[in-house]
Design a protein around this ligand. Sequence first.
Ligand SMILES: [Zn+2]
Ligand SMILES: [Zn+2]
Length: 771
Amino acid sequence: MVLLAPETLLGRLQGRAGGEEALAHVRTQPPRPAQTASFPAWTDPAVLDACVRTGVRNLWSHQREAADLAHDGHHVVIATGTASGKSLAYLLPTLTAAEQTRGERGQRGATTLYLAPTKALAHDQASRLLGLGLPDLRVATHDGDSSSEERSWARDHAEFLLTNPDMLHFSLLPQHERWHSFFARLHYVVVDELHHYRGVFGAHVAHVLRRLRRICAAHGSTPTFLLASATAADPAHSAALLTGLEVIPVTDDGAPRGPRTIALWEPPVVSHSGEHGAPVRRPVTAETADLLTELVLDGARTLAFTRSRHGAEVVALTAQRLAREVDPTLPDSIAAYRGGYLPEDRRAIESNLRSGALRALAATNALELGIDISGLDAVLVAGFPGTRAALWQQFGRAGRGQEPSLGVFVARDDPLDSHLVHHPEMLLGQPVEATVFDPANPYVLGPHLCAAAAEIPLTEDGPLGVDLFGPGARGAVDALTAAGLLRRRPRGWFWTDRRRAADLADLRSTGGAPVTLVEDLSGRVIGTVDRGSAPASVHPGAVHLHQGQTWLVDDLDLETGVASLTRNEVDYSTSARDVTDIEIVTTAEKGALGRGMLHSGTVRVSTQVIAYLKRRRTTGEVLGTFPLDMPRQTLETQAVWWTLPDEAWSGLDLADPGGAAHAAEHASIGLLPLFATCDRWDIGGVSTQLHPDTGLLTVFVHDGHPGGAGFSRRGYECADEWLRATRDLIRSCPCESGCPSCVQSPKCGNGNHPLDKPGAVALLDLLSSGG
Ligand SMILES: [Zn+2]
Ligand SMILES: [Zn+2]
């Protein structure tokens, strides 16, 4: 089968019913020529041999640049496109160091610590490293699955150790004395997939790396940091924030790329059966399945990215059904990839895609972390993946060498996606965003100071000093001392508690132990949900979707942290109703914004789930409201808020000022992810016509994590652009009185009522600098 050119493939998609209007934008990116470089003269001969043997004869210019910098002892971050060979850039200096410092009788050489955000990725890197066939190199992975023999071998012999930040935090750093031989020889620290360290997780990892630097100082080593990231804005800043060091960026991508056609696609409106009769667009999964089938029939090897595992399965199953109608053998060439597969299954999928036995794969983002697929003909992205960086990473899976490729972004029915398809310059014309996280979050900082003191007493200054943890650290240490957690002695601050200090911080947690979901009859654990969201998502009577299965919650015990569920294919969904209050604790900053004022600071949010609604799944018809008695939950966090004085809006003749503020709040929450690398579920909001603390019409957008994650702070910094985009989004949405693409929110605790769409535009107009 001859592969059609991207424009022809796109023409076929457009030829489908409704395709003409669905195609909102097309552009073609010019090809990028290759920039090659030779191997550095310092490359160890064994390493050079291994590269040549595995087919690498030249380097791309960015690989050479980063490798040289690291070899010279500069901390470096390499931020280039998907499949641009970032790993070779860090392998050259690290493996050369190991080979050239190994003792004559094979004594352990210089060591490298490699950190990946997941276990699967560390294992994949380890198998690639072993694939190089360096006979003397000692490679080990270290994670929750390693046996105690493997752990002690790694500790005493490994030269290249692959692990994740969690293991560093819970195991390596607290036991640093036993790891002396490894830390004393540590030449390099490789931090892969830097762009995953964002939000609260990013803040945690920043402190884990500072603790690592202290341990190295104590054991007499000063390792060079090598960080690898997807294309990102200001990677040097993110890398410096994460490590606390000055880091040189390498961003000029020397790998070649063919011309790339990018299309933005908005599924058509199919009915008016949404909340309050709102128009609803065709679901992104159904639309993506159609496009995937079309591309497979045209012979294009295609990858479809979805936001959830369930979505990947629906897309694959639907595409298989559609393809069967044309050719009964085709369904076998379409599969779903959900993550959590064994390495051999992943390798089989990779090679089937390469050989063409598999033509289409529907996958979650999990693919980003553990499967190596590139060189496809087309990529479909079902729903904005959260950041432009991730979007480009997904598009980057298409294109072999200089061959042309196609990337299609299919919009979901929400404010962010609908804004993006109609503002292609926001999606395609801007540099990708910087990762946002805030190491100063006291809820994150405190536990790491305790862990650091338990590892080696904290001194006033110097390489073991408290300053390493940032300007707020000294005050935090005093508070911990006053609380009796640390004790001040002449040699510094000590941890004297009997508990393990590292247990105070869980890197992946978002506040409190998660709630475990348990099957009622068997006692089998089926998953977990965040404690903070449990009252709204797994209250008694809630319908909970888990990996495509429907469960009914029988009971929720917040004290023991257990929800019991039963499998039940009910034909309705549930949504919680809550009452939320917000209190201003401190205002850190404020400034004028149009005719209003913008503020940033600390707030206390208290939420109580009071009832839930049952809704028929097919039509959305409300079947009833049921009261609930759930405990009130409070969250102290960071927020950005704006106020408008009465005289500014009283003349506007708004139909419903509270509904206008509420609509503006929803849409602005929908768009903040565009500016702050967060998900709309990471943030919340409260709006009111009259807030007791301000005495004015006020709209708050707050972080969803205790102490804040930096997202609302970012909203404060770019408020002008953010709120203007929000206004434009609402104004240009063709619906009459609000829909999921503009002012309706799937997480509204008030059932999307009241909402005043034109009123929201009028309020946001007052905030734009033009007046
Ligand atoms: Zn709308
Ligand atoms: Zn709401």
